[in-house]
Ligand binder design. Structure first.
Ligand SMILES: [Zn+2]
Ligand SMILES: [Zn+2]
Length: 261
């Protein structure tokens, strides 16, 4: 599998000289398998995804907060009817997924209703997506802690595993199940929007800390951990400082980064 990061910023897109290195696009992670293009979330980074010509494209949404869906109709390739994409989520019933996308991308919030206008978008229940994938691929999900809910995903192709846990407010009562879900993954994406110090007065905001990822991995033993959902005001300089003190195996996600899983 190959991962391309199109958006690693949290909450709201940023555009300034001080965030150029890590980037300002919001959540969007593209995984290429032998026969599929599987995109996790459509934050503003979705705008830069190139539709695969030879693979079936899927978009899996963790939840519907603006920073995870906002980029959807800003990818110009979506307006080419040949670029078919299946949208799904295990957060809720597929009719509700469709309704939520339609609500957000129709007047008065968006110039037109993209769901009824774009025939190349198909909404498919999560179980149907799992069945559609190649036999050597397994896709599972897990409910995360986040206001309104969020869904984590685990994608395994052959012997490579990719875990996407965004957005999540880590709590002790999920340690066991989350550890089992993530155990020994080749690559784990972790919502590390805050530092431990900041987290103290951000209870209930729905995000975890970078330090929690380090602690979590003592038992989860993932081979590589990417911290993402960087706070919008976090400058490159601050992120570089954080990166310097991270243990081996830990990396800060940045827009444009590509990794073989
Ligand atoms: Zn978010
Ligand atoms: Zn969220």
């Amino acid at each position: 599998m190959k991962l391309s990061i199109h958006g690693s910023r949290g909450s709201i897109a940023t555009s300034s000289r001080s965030t150029q290195k890590y980037g300002g696009y919001t959540s969007c992670f593209e995984v290429i398998t032998d026969n599929h293009q599987i995109i996790f979330d459509a934050g503003s980074g979705f705008k830069n995804v190139k539709f695969s010509k030879s693979r079936a494209s899927f978009l899996l949404l963790s939840h519907f907060h603006h920073d995870h869906i906002q980029g959807l109709p800003f990818n110009p390739e979506l307006f080419d009817p040949k670029n078919e994409i299946i949208i799904s989520s295990d957060l809720c019933d597929i009719e509700l997924v469709k309704q939520n996308i339609r609500k957000y991308f129709s007047p008065p919030y968006f110039p037109f209703d993209i769901v009824s206008s774009l025939s190349n978008i198909e909404f498919l229940p999560f179980d149907a997506v799992r069945e559609k994938l190649d036999k050597d691929i397994s896709l599972n999900s897990m409910r995360l802690k986040h206001p309104g809910g969020s869904t984590g995903y685990k994608l395994i192709e052959k012997n490579s595993s990719f875990i996407y846990l965004c957005d999540n407010e880590f709590e002790e009562d999920q340690r066991k199940s989350l550890t089992n879900f993530s155990k020994k993954a080749d690559l784990l994406i972790w919502d590390g929007m805050f530092t431990q110090e900041e987290l103290a007065d951000k209870k209930g905001w729905g995000h975890s800390s970078i330090e929690q990822a380090i602690d979590f991995n003592k038992a989860a033993n993932c081979k590589k951990i990417l911290i993402t959902h960087h706070a919008p005001n976090r400058s490159d300089k601050e992120l570089d400082q954080i990166a310097k003190n991270l243990p081996e195996l830990f990396t800060l996600a940045r827009d444009g980064l590509e990794i073989e899983v």
